[in-house]
Design a protein around this ligand. Structure first.
Ligand SMILES: [Zn+2]
Length: 161
């Protein structure tokens, strides 16, 4: 369990670096989460992804209590809403990819950043699917693991070009 959490934090740091390198996010925008045993690993707020270390990745309980690491992303309630509602989802990637905001094949959710209501709206819009676009904001992609969620985020960006 402890070892698994370390692996997930490393994988999450790697995923955030790929999001920045792939220009799906700029600066500290966007965020990602993944199940780590009974806990959830989630990106921190306000730290540059290019130089992120595994220990900079937060570990929280499914209720959102911080167990280890710095202050979590402001979008934590949305990540937890998805992971709690969808046992089939192991990881969530939220980007601000420049183009993937108006793909008509992707359901749209409406809500304010950082609110639990946004989480509920994303879960509701997704139904059993794996991608939602938050209106005037950016996509949220789900996967069985981080690699799958990130691949969907890149796929959505490509499809929109
Ligand atoms: Zn965002």
């Amino acid at each position: 369990m402890v070892l698994r959490a370390l692996e997930v934090r490393e994988e999450l740091a790697h995923t955030l670096r790929l999001m920045a390198a792939g220009e799906l996010v700029r600066g500290t925008e966007g965020n990602a989460s993944a199940r780590a045993g009974e806990l959830v690993a989630v990106s921190p707020t306000g730290l540059a992804y290019e130089t992120l270390r595994p220990e900079d990745v937060c570990l929280v309980t499914p209720d959102g209590l911080l167990v280890e690491g710095p202050a979590p992303s402001v979008e934590l309630p949305m990540h937890l809403a998805v992971l709690v509602a969808r046992p089939d989802v192991g990881a969530v990637v939220h980007t601000h990819s420049p183009r993937a905001t108006a793909d008509p094949s992707v359901p749209v959710a409406v809500g304010l950043s950082g609110t639990p209501e946004l989480g509920a709206a994303v879960v509701e819009a997704a139904v059993a699917g794996h991608a939602v676009v938050i209106r005037d904001h950016g996509p949220v992609c789900f996967g069985a693991d981080l690699a799958e969620a990130l691949a969907r985020a890149f796929e959505l960006e490509r499809a929109a070009t």
